[in-house]
Ligand binder design. Structure first.
Ligand SMILES: Cc1cc2nc3c(=O)[nH]c(=O)nc-3n(C[C@H](O)[C@H](O)[C@H](O)COP(=O)(O)OP(=O)(O)OC[C@H]3O[C@@H](n4cnc5c(N)ncnc54)[C@H](O)[C@@H]3O)c2cc1C
Length: 446
């Protein structure tokens, strides 16, 4: 064991035979992650599995592999199976990574947070993707067809000053995954680029006799879990944005602005965020619009819904003085299938990590990567300590998953009264869930 400056201890790192000794802000971050892991996982007798096969090689999967690969017990005994995300300018998947989630990522990789952030932004690093304020203003289409905003208020970081700690990093998801892959201890991971098709195939890949098989991919029935069928999904459109020559309005640098639009009885989630990407060096924001849909209900028309959202994205960006940056190459739109709000139990010897860490709906709350990071690290720590990873991961994510559900109910069940409250009393209407709990799961600890 190695003593840290804060009096705690860390397991020796296997990453390139180096030991990272966190100092200053990183010491606070590591200490907080360790405290939360201790709370969710507790202590156990030590590993009962002799190897781990992770099916899926995306965001959550890579982080679990990274944490295990740098441990003395599982170095060389972790399989990361499946095709990795290919980097491209198109902005598929989440782009707002909370500072709190980044603490878990740096912990899993065993690097200072700045090293990970430098890998995200590369040679365009100038602070522009780093978020220190979360703003909010309800939006609607005016009679002239242009979007207008209600009063802008800050629900985190104040209107002008900003937090002293990173609230979020706006970056391209495929770069985030690329950076993890670059910084993780790859010598401790067995990478298999093929998709796993069954539990038996996963077992065949294990380098030991008592493996834990983890489902971190999107085939929910891969390991035989009893998964209820769900009929919800989300449609999302998103694109990087550049500032028009006339200048931007309503939003400042290093900010995110949530600008929900009520359509019918629900709210479209509209979010504009500080953003930076070395492949899109002229962008300094991105915009996303997400709506919950029920594809099997009569009258559902994916193309029509997507067109409405793309129109909204162009219209609201215009009001803010922003424009889409090379949409032919960068714009993403797609339908993301939903998951049960409560993940089914993992069968013995398996862990349904994807469903535990990503319940309900995707892309609506800037939380999927953070819940993925917490889930991945907690599951790995449970394996290292010999504690049930299913129970530990659920405990670690209880608050985040509840807040995601609360926000979902607000948007889909009480959208009109919530819109009225947000327009009239502003920040006070966000007290729950935003003020109370959600704030705790945004900022980095240091
Ligand atoms: C458009 C979009 C915007 C998002 N915005 C944010 C954000 O701002 N902040 C944040 O923290 N998270 C966001 N998320 C969620 C976040 O991207 C994921 O939670 C995160 O990548 C970790 O999930 P994973 O490990 O399962 O991902 P990966 O294994 O990396 O896989 C993600 C991929 O799987 C696809 N997918 C997701 N669910 C299913 C499914 N049930 N069946 C088939 N394919 C599926 C996705 O489209 C994506 O291509 C967003 C997701 C999307 C799609």
């Amino acid at each position: 064991m190695v003593s840290l400056t804060n009096g705690r201890t860390a397991s020796p790192s296997m990453r390139g035979n180096t030991t990272f000794l966190p100092t200053e802000r990183d010491a606070l971050r590591v200490a907080k992650v360790e405290r939360e892991i201790d709370r969710a996982v507790g202590q156990g007798p030590g590993p009962s599995y002799d190897s781990v096969v992770i099916c899926g090689a995306g965001f959550t999967a890579t982080l679990m592999a990274a944490r295990l690969a740098r441990s003395a017990q599982f170095h060389g005994k972790v399989v990361l199976a499946g095709p990795r995300t290919v980097e491209s300018r198109r902005v598929k998947d989440g782009l707002t990574l909370r500072g709190y989630g980044t603490d878990y990522i740096s912990y899993a990789l065993d690097v200072p947070q700045n090293e990970y952030v430098a890998a995200l932004y590369g040679d365009i690093i100038d602070g522009r993707g780093i978020g220190t304020r979360n703003l909010w203003a309800q939006a609607k289409k005016g009679r002239d067809g242009k979007y207008e905003f209600a009063r802008v208020f800050a629900w985190q970081g104040g209107l002008h000053a900003g937090y002293s700690r990173p609230l979020f990093y706006g970056a391209r998801n495929s770069r985030m995954q690329g950076a993890m892959h670059e910084l993780m201890d790859r010598s401790g991971v067995i990478e298999v680029p093929d998709k796993v098709g069954s539990l038996e195939e996963a077992f065949d890949l294990a380098p030991g006799k008592r493996p834990l098989i983890v489902n971190a991919g999107h085939n929910q029935r891969l390991l035989g879990a009893d998964v209820p069928k769900v009929d919800w999904a989300t449609i999302a459109v998103q694109a990087p944005l550049r500032i028009k020559p006339s200048g931007m309005r309503y939003i400042g640098t290093n900010s995110a602005m949530l600008a929900p639009v009520v359509r019918g009885k629900t709210m479209d989630v509209v979010l504009f965020n500080a953003y930076a990407d070395p492949l899109s060096p002229r962008s300094s924001f991105y915009g996303i619009i997400v709506v919950e849909v029920y594809p099997e209900r009569p009258g559902f028309n994916q193309q029509k819904e997507t067109d409405i959202l793309i129109d909204e994205l162009y219209g609201i960006a215009d009001t803010m003085g922003l424009e889409l940056d090379d949409p032919d190459e960068t714009l993403f739109h797609g339908l993301i299938p939903g998951s049960p709000w409560r993940a089914p139990a993992s069968n013995p010897g398996t862990l349904e990590l994807q469903m535990i860490a990503h319940p309900g709906v995707s892309a609506t709350f800037s939380d999927g990567m953070t819940s993925g990071a917490i889930g991945a690290v907690t599951a790995a720590e449970a394996v290292l300590r010999g504690v049930d990873p299913d129970a530990a991961t659920r405990r670690a994510l209880r608050v985040m998953n509840r807040d995601r559900r609360m926000w979902n109910l607000t948007r889909t069940k009480i959208a009109r009264p919530a819109d009225l409250a947000l327009r009239t009393i502003g920040g006070a209407a966000t007290f729950y869930p935003h003020g109370l709990h959600v704030a705790k799961t945004w900022a980095s600890a240091g």
